[in-house]
Write a protein that binds this ligand. Sequence first.
Ligand SMILES: [Zn+2]
Ligand SMILES: [Zn+2]
Length: 235
Amino acid sequence: MPATSAVLSYGPQDPFVVADVDVDDPRQDEILVRIEASGVCHTDLVNRGAGDRDRPVLLGHEGAGVVEAVGVQIRSVQPGDRVVLSFRHCGTCANCRVQRPAYCRKAARLNHFGARADGTPRVTVGGVPVLDGFFGQSSLAGYALAHEDNTVVVDPGTDPVIAAPLGCGFQTGAGAVLNVLRPRPDSALAVFGAGAVGLAGVLAALDTTGRPHADVADALARQHSGEVVKPVLTW
Ligand SMILES: [Zn+2]
Ligand SMILES: [Zn+2]
């Protein structure tokens, strides 16, 4: 049972608290990941502010790290693998069967924070159960318990700081452009907000233009730093 630290929420308006916690050993269908980096997404803040009955809560759903241990049922990953953690999906419902896991019919149950299905806690603080399992990971901690359906093995040399937002923000922005908006090469695209979601949307849109990504990354960096005050992205 690893002892580590975690970022906990004790109230919808309260600042996050860093606390010492214990993470349970992985059950047969669980993967223990030593978290190296985690993004913070707006969804974390929305869930922190949603109601005050269920506390303490451990959020975080953009984790990247190294597999520490796996349960006996786990086949797709092994200790030592560098992984990115994303959202959970059942793999068997009508939407999952047609390769639309983002619309999994069991998504709410699989991704909401709480305890295991049998009621046992995965994380405790001073012996008190913590509500975790957010998006099947709760990555704002030193360790997370994930599952095969939300754990993706990446190249060992991948920078975990870059990889972590792939779990939500990058795929959200890129997916919105590539799967929903589907701009043509002559389309105009307005992106409001240059975080992980917005920047991924811009880069995905660039794939429809053939314009080098480096040009835009440089322009965005200068605009973000205040060096440029007018919008610079026109094409
Ligand atoms: Zn998110
Ligand atoms: Zn499903």
